[in-house]
Design a protein around this ligand. Structure first.
Ligand code: FE2
Length: 543
């Protein structure tokens, strides 16, 4: 009998359509709610995205998964509620989005305590399972570092050692597509997380560890990688697997209908193999960072009057000779158009960027300063580059032109009438909420909401830096130094409303009309039981 390896992952749901993703252990026909789709093959693995259309709006329908007619989901003996697809109302009155980033696999043997602490999404799923379904969130957003290709777990390393010599580069990092599939298996197999993903529509985007630490931080970094014998296979496998496991489900049914890569993959057929096709595509998409126009990984989702634009701030960078952009021009034009220029009524704008836009201000200054220093010729520039890579100075402020463009975009959004405009981020392994203060619009409801990690930790030394980065005396110093290096002051200032919090956390944004609020909760284990502790609740706009 054909088995279900991963999923079902409910990736998309609107008022009348939905998509459900699966990985199976053989080629087969996948059936969900009466719609049957054949799998496609990649590198000996089998996947399907079942697109459900013409669903009735504003309903919650429990679903099962059948492979070649045999029931495989829900798993036998499951005590969790049935997975269900909830379609939205045509005009939803309220909306709840849960988000977080960075889920590292366990680093300890399973019979020992987990030194990274309880997984925030597992804690969230456990609470959800006991709640009334009316209280379940409408969407989940995973902001990168879903797999750590460069920091594998002891269990993964044991498996890698059965395939190849780990004393030869890339050593304990993953090497190719096949090894990536193992990482996803490890990341998405836990009972609670798997159930959560089966019943809350999830949007995703990569960050650096999905490929490698500091991915595309600079032109020098890309040259270093290109010079290694293993990089080409890594990026081919990394982006091909990302396309299958994460990107495909980000697309709306209407986008899927027009997606050329998806059409070619489907044409390869149930018994074909699209690995080479997807790896060639991956390599082409990677060339965008050298200045070529390539694939747009950024995408948009609408939840009634709530708009989410998910920004690719990794593969879409341009780090070519004399050019440093967080997002290439054409893709940024697309982001601006979708954020503020479409005719639809948008009440709240959320721009998802794995990397925070507003950091602790002293760190922000240091990043802008470092960008200028690294561009200097000779050994001074090389020292700047070493500091950049060593301290991960690669957030928006380290791409100052893009920082300014994003700052202007958010202000334009609230000036055009949205009740709030916020950037949702992860990456930095701590959580905080900040409010922007533009000189000529100090009360503009523009926010930075950062929630990280779901399951990871921040080193003690970094915790100090993340706290000190908000100290006004230190900010005066870093600003003074940046000015002396010729860095213009940022076009706005910002205040910390909450945090920094250290621990495994999940954020919940709740919208009702023009009212918006955000909560941060930390995963805990009291008496061995998973739980969530409230850290803060902030009202972003009073409706
Ligand atoms: Fe991370």
């Amino acid at each position: 009998m054909t088995g279900l390896l991963l999923g079902p992952v409910l990736r998309y749901a609107d008022a009348d359509s939905a998509t459900v993703w699966v990985e199976t252990d053989a080629a087969c026909d996948v059936e969900v709610l009466g719609t049957t789709t054949p799998t496609f093959g990649v590198g000996g693995h089998h996947y399907a995205l079942v697109v459900l259309r013409d669903l009735p709006s504003d309903t919650a329908t429990p679903y099962e998964v059948r492979l070649d007619g045999e029931l495989v989901w829900p798993p036998p003996g499951s005590t969790l509620p049935p997975s269900r697809i909830r379609t939205s109302a045509q005009r939803p009155e309220h909306f709840t989005l849960v988000f977080g980033s960075c889920q590292h696999p366990r680093v300890d043997p399973v019979d020992r305590p987990d030194t990274l602490g309880p997984h925030a999404l597992a804690a969230y799923a456990q609470r959800m399972a006991a709640q009334d379904q009316q209280d379940w969130p409408d969407a989940l957003l995973l902001l990168g570092d879903q797999v750590y290709a460069d920091e594998t777990s002891p269990a993964t390393q044991d498996w890698l050692a059965t395939r190849r010599d780990l004393t030869t580069p890339p050593g304990t990092e993953v090497a190719d597509f096949e090894e990536y599939t193992y990482l996803y298996r490890e990341a998405w197999s836990g009972e609670l997380l798997r159930w959560l993903l089966s019943t809350v529509p999830t949007a995703m985007i990569f960050d650096d560890h999905d490929v490698r630490d500091d991915w595309n931080t600079s032109q020098a970094w890309r040259r270093e990688m290109a010079a290694t014998p293993w990089w080409r296979q890594r990026i081919r496998g990394g982006l091909a697997s990302y396309w299958i496991y994460q990107h495909l489900g980000n697309l709306r049914p209407v986008d899927l209908d027009e997606d050329e890569v998806y059409a070619r993959v489907l044409r390869s057929g149930r018994d074909g193999d699209a690995l080479e096709l997807l790896e060639d595509f991956a390599e082409w998409a990677d060339s965008e960072a050298d200045g070529a126009t390539a694939y747009r990984w950024s995408y948009r989702r609408d939840y009634g009057p709530v708009r989410l634009v998910v920004i690719d701030n990794r593969a879409g960078r341009v780090v070519a000779e004399g050019v440093r952009k967080m997002v290439g021009d054409e893709e940024f034009d697309w982001i601006e158009h979708n954020a503020v220029s479409t005719p639809d009524h948008v009440e709240h704008l959320f721009l998802a960027s794995t990397l925070p836009w507003l950091l602790p201000p002293a760190i922000s200054d240091v990043e802008s300063h470092n960008e200028v220093a690294s561009a200097r010729p000779g050994s001074r520039g090389e020292r700047g580059e070493r500091i950049r890579q060593g301290l991960d100075l690669e957030h928006w402020a380290a791409f100052r032109e893009s920082f300014d463009r994003l700052s202007a975009l958010l202000l334009r959004s609230v000036r055009s009438g949205t009740a709030t405009a916020s950037v949702l981020s992860g990456d930095v392994h701590h959580s905080y909420i900040a409010k922007a203060r533009y000189p000529d619009a100090p009360d503009a409801p523009v926010y930075q909401l950062t929630c990280s990690p779901l399951h990871n930790a921040a080193p003690r030394k970094m915790r100090w830096l993340f706290r000190m980065g908000w100290w006004p005396a230190l900010v005066r110093l870093t600003r003074f130094a940046a000015r002396r290096a010729g860095v213009a002051d940022p076009p706005l200032s910002w205040d910390r409303l909450a945090g920094p919090y250290f621990g495994n956390e999940v954020a919940t944004v709740s919208i009702r009309g023009r009212h918006a609020e955000v909560r941060l909760e930390q995963a805990t284990t009291a008496d061995g039981r998973l739980g969530l502790r409230p850290m803060t609740r902030q009202v972003l706009a009073n409706g």
